[in-house]
Design a protein around this ligand. Structure first.
Ligand code: NOJ
Ligand code: CA
Length: 563
């Protein structure tokens, strides 16, 4: 059922900026807010509706800025609050909305609140803002539970006061030990985050992506986890059913946040980074008085597999419609292997498993096909910076350059997420390829990136021009909110159900998306017509084989046709 509602976020294309790696205005090798400002025209011309910027708050950067030491300050390496105001103005002048990232599950250990803990007596009010418990064992030498950090190792660390006194207490950190978890049972914590939301909303930010939105509330009985039984893994590898994920109490937090968002005109918008154990549980976060949207990580685990993609689309749409919310779709972000590499034949579908450098060309072709398939679906779509250039995951970063806590906490056994965070190539034939005015970039760029820069892709059949065309057509042709989708596979038979076809109905200009996931050419039946709107690759032809013209689709190619 089409929603009939025309709120902009129901079918928006939102571009994720990872600020340290996007554009560097002062040649120190670190992308910054003025750098983003200088690229607003590029993003508006690309055709996105909104920009979401990963955290740029004051931070020791032990987890790429997801370790926040002050939620009302900008990291001085990235700019100042006034730069954010300038950016909001510039984006709005181009009709582009701006989302920030809020990180409510934890603070940095450098946050003033955690300093208060370390400088106060056990049991002081400051302690109640974090999840702190007595250790087990006669000498309290064991952690309170067996919970494991998402970044590996124990999720608890001993609490040692600023004066060096070792206590019998441990603090919880579901992520790095520099990211103590906040205690959302504490009313001061709730009030503080509501105030932070208002601070940035008042400045003109249009919405927030919510980090680990399914975290926050912990099972207050603090049970151990049966890790042997907990097989299903979430996006970053932690079991999806845990006493610290998706607890019912978290919905109360978002009901209260929604009231704040709705008190603005126009209303502000939320997108949760929500990993739920099922599409049904995920949809609960999008009830009308909670979050507007959430990421849909089931979909990006479906690989380049027609059956799994279709199943994911069906269950996503079904469950979102039950609560009247639009679906969201995403193929890449700053935590997972870039889809131009991940979707290559022979790679793991699991977005955090490190790939091998095989079949790179087919990876890009498949990524473009998957992108066009995704952009046609009802709902909103998230793009990750650099995917419009077909950037691959960088697999050979030197150990000394790596910065992801996953790399450090596993002693280098897991290389972590730096490979999708390498600064963008904009122009020129030498590093930093226009990322900054000099050669510095905080992670080294591969030499092959000269051919992948924005400048190098300005003309011809490039991935950048494909994205521009697809986004322009989406805006012109598919401005139907989060409306209907009708599968059309009943009109043909293919081996292994490897071709997908769906129609987006429209009274005047219906559109059909076809995706060929096979390595062979495929001739579409006449019923699909021959009016190509946009194609993901060059191998699309109109052929007359004696019985009239019909569409022939190349291997691993998607196309939108009229009708
Ligand atoms: C999810 C973020 O996307 C990731 O980058 C971060 O490390 C964790 N949350 C912890 O904040
Ligand atoms: Ca800089």
């Amino acid at each position: 059922m089409p929603s009939g509602k025309n709120e902009w976020w129901r079918d928006a294309v939102i571009y994720q900026v990872y600020p340290r790696s996007f554009s560097d205005s002062n040649a120190d090798g670190i992308g910054d807010i003025p750098g983003i400002l200088s690229r607003v025209d590029y993003l508006a011309n690309l055709g996105v509706d909104a920009i979401w910027i990963s955290p740029f708050y004051d931070s020791p950067l032990l987890d790429g800025g997801y370790d926040v030491s002050d939620f009302r300050l900008v990291d001085p390496r990235l700019g100042v609050v006034a730069d954010v105001e300038d950016l909001i103005r510039a984006a709005h002048a181009k009709g582009v909305k701006l989302f920030m990232d809020i990180v409510p599950n934890h603070t940095s250990s450098a946050h003033a609140w955690f300093h208060e803990v370390l400088n106060s007596e056990p049991g002081s009010p400051a302690w109640d803002r974090y999840v702190i418990k007595e250790g087990k064992g006669a000498g309290h030498e064991f952690p309170p539970t067996n919970w494991q950090s998402v970044f590996h190792g124990d999720a608890w660390s001993p609490l040692v006061l600023a004066n060096g006194v070792k206590t019998k207490y441990w603090y919880l950190h579901i992520f790095d030990s520099s990211q103590p978890d906040l205690n959302w049972e504490n009313s001061e914590v709730r009030a503080e985050f509501e105030d932070i939301l208002k601070f940035w909303f008042d400045l003109g930010i249009d919405g927030f992506r919510i980090d680990v939105a399914h975290g926050l509330i912990k099972d207050q009985t603090f049970p151990d986890i049966d890790y042997g039984a907990a097989r299903e893994k979430g996006l970053l590898g932690a079991p999806i059913l845990s006493p610290f994920w998706d607890q019912d109490g978290v919905h109360e937090v978002y009901r209260s946040w929604r009231k704040i968002a709705d008190s603005y005109q126009p209303p502000k918008v939320f997108c949760g980074e929500t990993s739920a154990p099922s599409p049904e549980r995920l949809a609960l976060y999008q009830r009308p008085d909670e979050l507007h949207t959430s990421f849909n990580f089931h979909y990006l685990r479906a690989g380049f597999d027609a059956i799994r993609l279709k199943d994911s689309v069906d269950s996503t749409l079904l469950n979102h419609r039950k609560v009247g919310a639009p679906a969201t779709w995403v193929l890449s972000n700053h935590d997972i292997v870039r889809h131009a590499t991940r979707l290559a034949p022979g790679q793991s579908d699991q977005p955090t498993v490190m790939p091998t450098p095989d079949n790179a060309d087919r990876g890009v072709a498949r990524a473009r096909a998957a992108t066009l398939f995704t952009l046609g679906l009802p709902g909103s779509t998230y793009l990750y910076q650099g995917e419009e250039l077909g950037l691959p995951e960088v697999l050979d970063l030197p150990g000394e350059a790596r910065q992801d806590p996953v790399w450090f906490r596993t002693g280098g056994k897991e290389i972590g997420r730096d490979g999708c965070r390498v600064p963008l190539p904009w122009s020129g034939d030498l590093p930093s390829y226009g990322f900054g005015s000099g050669e510095n970039s905080w992670l080294p760029q591969p030499h092959s990136w000269e051919h992948l820069s924005v400048q190098a892709q300005e003309s011809g059949d490039t991935t950048l021009n494909f994205y521009r065309a697809a986004l322009a057509k989406r805006r012109e042709e598919l401005a139907t909110g989060d409306g209907e989708l009708q599968w059309r596979m009943g009109e043909f038979t293919t081996p292994n159900d490897s071709i997908l076809a769906y129609r987006r109905p429209h009274p005047v200009s219906p559109l059909t998306c076809l995706m060929n996931t096979t390595g062979e050419m495929w001739s579409a039946p006449h019923s699909f017509g021959t009016q190509v709107v946009v194609a993901s690759g060059p191998e699309v032809a109109i052929v007359d084989s004696g019985d009239g013209e019909h569409l022939v689709l190349g291997p691993e190619t998607s196309v939108w046709v009229r009708g």
